[in-house]
Write a protein that binds this ligand. Structure first.
Ligand code: G16
Length: 545
């Protein structure tokens, strides 16, 4: 049987953002919209033909329908084998693990990450390459170019496959293996961490911990790892059933959206350790009794203590962080005498450094941390890492690990202020005001600090020399402080402006928990330079992390 060729005209705006193509569900449900993007992937990625494609998503609304469509198209485009997570489920880090373990040529991950789901929510699709990581800009650009010229897509007529049982099925010549979505991922984690030590910690009657899967993809992963393999009580994992609309919530693990967990652990100090992960399982939030771990600090603490964990016992090749992430990890790298790298926002920029063996750990302020074990950020990996550290450092708590760390390396106070769904024109104008002022800023003062450099961040990849410009406006006061402004590349409504503030305090006697008060002069400076609040009529940010 030969495939149907269905004529289509290009859709506007199929340009992947920070992490794949993210749009409202209703945009994706327009006839031919998903197909146009998927065909553009197949048309530009020649090595998928005759190869293996990994397919799965975070279980959000439209996940199952999209998978059936993509399978029929994959068969019509000559893909030999598709590996699909049971029930269409594969967390983002699990998809990366499956691609790598099975030597697949690539994968399509269906997710809009932390964005809300349901019929009125968001959907997304991301192409990952054979190293298991998000496609680099050269690939996403080629896919985008193709979407602007696409005239037809190829598809077979075929009934829906049964995705709910591990099985081998076929669509014409293409084998479709429905696989357990957790097996490969769990096996990989077991090679990295001291499960026996973590088991002993979790079984301690005085150790109270909870993991919130936020009704998103990590439920089955957390149940397998934390409950079945590590012996946690079943009720330690909450909101563990993936739902198409994430229970009506915003599956973003931060103090605003995991509010109850934050209150119970940080404000009421009733749990020793708590964590949450996002829609597709790549983000993590770590909390301890009375304290929240800033994602930037989390990367730094993991790097500083990595040799205590079996998978990293030999030490780290280097660390990398995205530009807006605090420089806490750089301080650790300097202390350990290893390399550190600063990349643009987006996990795809870590791929080359990881493949080249230049770094072992990497992370971002946006609640993402991971290592060379996959090519994505990995929420549960970070949770296991913290548990492993607590398990092998008897008497230590999350709070004591942090204060010891700050005493040794100094503290990078850090906060991000998000202004969401701002009118795109107002947002662009606010950033342009700051951009225009950049050349005149060095030498000026912000409070008592002197601006040393101010620029629009551009990155030259140290491995392939590719250049990415326009990656965020930064105003730097030496080692003391930074103010950064950029537009989010993951929002689907208007523009989301992100303002990032970092202030360094070396003196342990002055390292109190007063982040927002400390950074207030930096916040005022940002408003002075951008006029964002005044122009948008907002009184303050929608989300503070
Ligand atoms: C994605 C990217 C991250 C990025 C984050 C925020 O995460 O993978 O690298 O830091 O978005 O990006 P932006 O500031 O452009 O919104 P996720 O978890 O949404 O896939």
């Amino acid at each position: 049987m030969s495939p149907h060729e269905i004529a289509i005209t290009p859709f506007d705006g199929q340009k992947p953002g920070t992490s794949g193509l993210r749009k409202k569900v209703m945009v994706f449900r327009q006839p031919g919209y998903l197909e146009a993007f998927v065909q553009s992937v197949f048309d530009t990625q020649a090595d998928l033909r005759g190869g293996t494609l990994v397919l799965g998503g975070d279980g959000r609304f439209f996940n199952r329908q999209a998978i059936q469509v993509i399978l029929r198209m994959a068969a019509a485009n000559g893909i030999a084998r598709a590996l699909v997570g049971r029930a269409g489920i594969l967390s983002t880090p699990a998809a990366s693990a499956v691609i790598r373990r099975h030597g697949a040529q690539g994968g399509l991950v269906l997710s809009a990450s932390h964005n809300p789901g349901g019929p009125d929510g968001d959907f997304g699709i991301k192409f990952n390459i054979g190293n298991g990581g998000p496609a680099p800009e050269s690939v996403t650009e080629a896919i985008y170019r193709r979407t602007t010229q696409i005239e037809r897509y190829r598809v077979f007529d075929h009934h829906d496959l049964d995705l709910d049982h591990v099985s081998l099925q076929h669509i014409n010549g293409m084998a479709v293996e429905v696989i357990d979505p957790v097996d490969d991922y769990a096996a990989l984690q077991e090679t990295l961490f001291d499960f026996e030590a973590i088991r002993a910690l979790i079984r301690r009657p005085d150790f109270r911990f909870r993991f919130d899967a936020m009704h998103a993809v990590t439920g089955p992963y957390a149940k397998r790892l934390l409950v079945e393999m590590l012996g946690a009580p079943a009720d330690a994992v909450i909101n563990a059933e993936p739902k198409e609309d994430f229970g009506g919530h915003h599956p973003d693990p931060n103090p605003a959206h995991a509010e109850a967990l934050y209150r119970e652990t940080v404000l009421e100090a009733r749990l020793d350790f708590a964590a949450a992960s996002d829609g597709d399982g790549d983000r993590n939030m770590i909390l301890g009794r009375g304290i929240a771990v800033s994602p930037s600090d989390s990367l730094a603490v993991l790097a500083a203590n990595a040799t205590l964990v079996p998978g990293y016992a030999k030490g780290l090749a280097g660390v990398a962080r995205s530009m807006p992430t605090s420089r806490a990890a750089d301080a650790v790298a300097a202390g350990l005498g290893i390399a550190s790298f600063e990349t643009p926002t987006g996990w795809k920029f870590f791929g080359n450094l990881l493949d080249a063996g230049r770094i072992t750990l990497c992370g971002e302020e946006s609640y993402g941390t991971s290592s060379a074990h996959v090519r994505e950020k990995d929420g549960l990996w970070a949770v296991l890492f913290w548990l492993n550290l607590l398990a092998v450092k008897p008497g230590e708590t999350v709070a004591s690990l942090l204060t010891t760390h700050w005493r040794r390396f100094g503290r990078h106070y850090y906060s991000r202020h998000d202004y969401e769904a701002v009118d795109a024109g107002i947002a662009a104008a606010a950033l342009q005001r700051l951009r225009d002022a950049l050349p005149s800023l060095p030498g000026n003062r912000i409070g008592g600090l002197v601006v040393t450099t101010a620029d629009d961040f551009a990155y030259t990849d140290p491995i392939d020399q590719s250049i990415s410009t326009g990656q965020g406006l930064r105003v730097v006061c030496g080692e003391q402080a930074r103010v950064i402004a950029r537009l989010s590349g993951t929002g689907t409504e208007g523009a989301t402006v992100r303002l990032y503030f970092e202030l360094f305090e070396a003196d342990p006697a002055r390292q109190r928990d007063d982040v927002q008060a400390r950074i207030a002069p930096l916040v005022d400076f940002a408003e002075h330079m951008t006029g964002l609040r005044a122009a948008s009529g907002r009184r303050g940010p929608d989300v503070i992390t």
